[in-house]
Design a protein around this ligand. Structure first.
Ligand SMILES: *Cc1c(COP(=O)(O)O)cnc(C)c1O
Length: 363
């Protein structure tokens, strides 16, 4: 997997420009959607990003250790602070609190320690994480519930930002404005990548893109203006000429015609190549599509390379699975999923090679 850190930084600058007037954070959860948060985080920091979101404290700790910029703020989206307050403090992590219980624990902690920051997650209609409308109303009636907490931002998350015409977008925005009015004045954050493309009404003070940073398409059906940041290649382990019709792979349910040439690659579903791609999709050799044949195994998959330039299908040479012309979204479409899932599941066994990033050359 080759990660173009300059493309990620360029995407961040483009999104920051699109949301001009708001601060642009970076969501680097799930190891920066599989690209590697320890490399992506510092590259974005060098590009000027000051605010990061991760999913859980463990990711936050790893990011804190990778970032040279000590003043960067790292928000932890799962916001679970029960029994975790010391870890949050030790690594300067800021929780995103989404329950009254979490607010109570953090407030007690904050009062004992002379104040602590937190974001408040408000549930405006996605019904996943966050404080609901009736509970948010309590903060106006009983402001002491927030004692000691500096509200870094009041935030909410859009369920349907990738469908601009969906009526829930406007309903969530109205709910967000109502709920924020019950809270002490604080910066507001609402938009993920697709939310940024909904326009300035959705930008508020801080935008939180993830997918678009990594070059994924975030509004299906619209041209994707982001720079692709990922190339995924697999090594050919073995090639064979098929002289008599033969089945290939587990289940023996795909027959290969005599006269075909096959190449077996060192990548399977343990590396994130979806098993759903069996007999669908394919790789590319010098831009030519070579279809996947038979089932995808754990560590291996087989391609029909008949017709590809023989010099390019030798053991040790590489086949492209994700490249600029056939990106993670295209692979995802063949597997019946979304580009987010493809990138986030590229396995730990796949070597990451980094290019650019404003820190000399990487190996
Ligand atoms: C994952 C996530 C984001 C980023 O979403 P993208 O669609 O990848 O831009 C933003 N906010 C929250 C709360 C998230 O969970």
């Amino acid at each position: 997997m080759t990660v173009d850190l300059d493309a990620v930084a360029e995407n961040w600058r483009a999104l920051a420009g699109r949301a001009a007037g708001a601060e642009c954070a970076a969501v680097v959860k799930a190891d920066a959607y599989g690209l590697g948060a320890a490399e992506v985080g510092p590259a974005l920091s060098r590009a000027g990003c000051r605010t990061f979101f991760v999913a859980c404290p463990r990711e936050g700790i790893a990011l804190r250790q990778a970032l040279a910029e000590a003043s960067a703020e790292i928000f932890v989206l799962d916001g679970h602070v029960k029994g975790e307050t010391a870890r949050y403090d030790r690594h300067a992590l800021t929780p995103v609190l989404g329950t009254l219980e979490g607010v109570a624990i953090w407030s007690r902690h904050a009062r004992d320690r002379g104040g602590r920051r937190a974001a408040l997650m408000l549930d405006t209609g996605m019904t996943r994480l966050g404080i609901g409308a009736s509970d948010a109303g309590l903060f106006a009636a009983e402001p002491d519930r927030l004692a000691g907490i500096g509200i870094a931002c009041a935030m909410s998350h859009l369920a349907c930002a990738d469908t601009p015409s969906h009526p829930l977008n406007a309903r969530q925005k109205a709910a967000f404005d109502t709920m924020r009015a019950a809270l002490p004045a604080a910066p507001a954050s609402f938009a993920n990548s697709a939310g940024i493309f909904l326009g300035p009404d959705f930008h508020y003070d801080l935008v939180r893109p993830g997918a678009a940073l990594y070059g994924l398409s975030v509004v299906p059906g619209r041209p994707n203006a982001m720079k692709r940041a990922v190339r995924l290649q697999a090594r050919i382990l073995q090639t064979r000429f098929v002289d008599t019709e033969t089945p290939v792979g587990y289940g023996a349910d795909r027959l290969i015609a005599a006269g075909s040439t096959l190449a077996t690659i060192a990548m399977g579903y343990a590396d994130g190549l979806p098993r759903a791609l069996g007999d669908r999709g394919g790789g590319r050799i010098a831009g030519r599509t070579v279809p996947l044949v038979g089932r995808v195994s754990m560590d291996l998959a087989t391609l029909d390379v008949t017709g590809a330039t023989p010099d390019l299908v030798r053991p040790g040479l590489a086949v492209d699975l994700i490249d600029d012309d056939h990106d993670a979204d295209a692979l995802a479409a063949e597997a019946g999923t979304i580009g987010y899932e493809i990138l986030a599941r590229i396995g730990g066994r796949v070597r990451r090679v980094y290019r650019g990033g404003g820190n000399g050359s990487h190996a």
